[in-house]
Design a protein around this ligand. Structure first.
Ligand SMILES: [Zn+2]
Length: 410
């Protein structure tokens, strides 16, 4: 029975493939006879490409194993016998199957046709650009997307694709231009993203040591949206200028606004240009050290309520080898707060081990494990994730049988 069914499947598939080929060849011949004038740009090897496509398509359909995709595609052909749609469907199928070259040939041949509407040609050009894009031909993708925009500027998806490409290759000038264009076409506010792009641009200047240009782009960025990354870069420029009062003030503002980013802020402050001259380097690092001292000495009660503030203080102290100080701060914090996060508890246990406070390690670890144990169920459903300590042979949530599993991982 199985063998019979398989034979049928192959048979039907081949039959339909042959029918499609005949339809395609029919259209191909008609076109050839009418002596189509090809557009200048895609004149070369169009007919050669077309005949290749017919062969490839047939081969693909007969030997391909993407049964479902093909069957769906064939259904579509039955309903709508327009060849143009057949081409688009085939092109899309090839592209999604990773056969970019074949997709490119199909879309090129569509663009070259004289007897199609301008909107179809535009659609084909757009598809071609996506082929190049998916195939990793970045330059060609950019060129073709731009060709699409030359015909019709009002295309959100195309502009967005260009934005993505330019951001990928870190061409921030172009990324900025197209993001501006996008903000005019779409209804989504792009200010935040534009700010990020300008910050990236400014960062490049910063790392090169061109602080004046960095300042310029950064001012623009802040005008679009005061993103965290913009504010961190502004702080770095203030440190470069040697304005330590300003640096302290800006750091404090930044921490108050984004206490969760405390660790991250200092990580970002530590990034400096490799090609900076020695004077810039030494000055910057010395001033950063002063700022770190200021951060460790902070006594702002409200600010120190945030676990991430404490965590980054503790880590900074550990980096400097000051384990006793780190222990003191963390111990005080943990005793003052009822439910410290797991990360803080682990950090605390690590500190206790470092300081060889064995008795306290044992009691802390016991408490920690007890808590983890309480928060985890013994069993769970493999199919839907339902959790329970009971034994269930039929899952009460998804009603599958024997999906119960024992928990091995946290
Ligand atoms: Zn279930």
């Amino acid at each position: 029975m199985d063998i019979y069914w398989l034979w049928m499947q192959d048979h039907i598939l081949s039959m339909v493939a042959v029918v499609i080929t005949i339809v395609l060849i029919y259209h191909y011949l008609i076109e050839k006879d009418t002596g189509v004038k090809l557009s200048k740009r895609y004149r070369s090897s169009i007919f050669e490409a077309q005949s290749k496509i017919f062969l490839n398509a047939t081969q693909y359909l007969i030997s391909g194993n993407k049964d479902l995709a093909i069957r769906e595609f064939l259904n579509a052909v039955d309903i709508n016998r327009e060849t143009i749609e057949t081409y688009f469907a085939l092109g899309g199928l090839f592209r999604s199957n990773g056969e970019i070259e074949k997709a490119i040939s199909i879309h090129r041949s569509l663009i070259a046709r004289e007897n199609i509407s301008e909107s179809t040609r535009l659609r084909a050009l757009r598809e071609l650009a996506i082929d190049f894009d998916k195939g990793g031909f970045v330059d060609k993708a950019i060129e073709t997307y731009k060709d699409v925009l030359k015909i019709n500027r009002d295309q959100y998806e195309v502009i967005l694709a260009l934005c993505r490409i330019y951001e990928d290759i870190e061409d921030w000038d172009e990324a900025y231009n197209y993001r501006i264009m996008l903000s005019k076409v779409g209804h989504v506010n792009q200010a935040e993203t534009i700010s990020h792009i300008l910050v990236e641009k400014a960062k490049k200047y910063f790392l090169k040591g061109d602080f004046a240009k960095c300042d310029e782009d950064l001012e623009d960025a802040l005008r679009f949206a005061p993103s965290v990354s913009a504010k961190i870069l502004r702080l770095k420029l203030i440190i470069i200028k040697g304005d330590m009062d300003g640096a302290r003030f800006n750091l404090l503002e930044l921490l108050k606004e984004h206490p969760l980013y405390a660790s991250f802020i200092f990580l970002a402050l530590g990034e400096i240009g490799k090609t900076w001259n020695d004077l810039d380097k030494t000055n910057y690092l010395q001033r950063l050290e002063v700022l770190r001292g200021f951060f460790l000495g902070l006594e702002d009660k409200e600010l120190l309520e945030s676990p991430s503030m404490v965590l980054s203080q503790v880590r900074m102290l550990k980096e400097g080898g000051k384990f006793e100080n780190a222990h003191e701060i963390l111990k005080a914090w943990i005793y003052e707060h009822k439910n410290p996060s797991e990360v803080l508890k682990i950090e605390y246990i690590k500190l206790l081990i470092q300081l060889k406070k064995t008795d306290e390690v044992v009691s802390q670890v016991m408490g920690f494990l007890e808590n983890i144990h309480k928060s985890l169920s013994r069993h769970y459903c493999k199919s839907c994730g339902y959790e329970s300590d009971d034994i269930f042979w039929r899952c009460p949530q998804c009603h599958e049988w024997e999906t119960i599993s024992f928990r091995w991982k946290m």
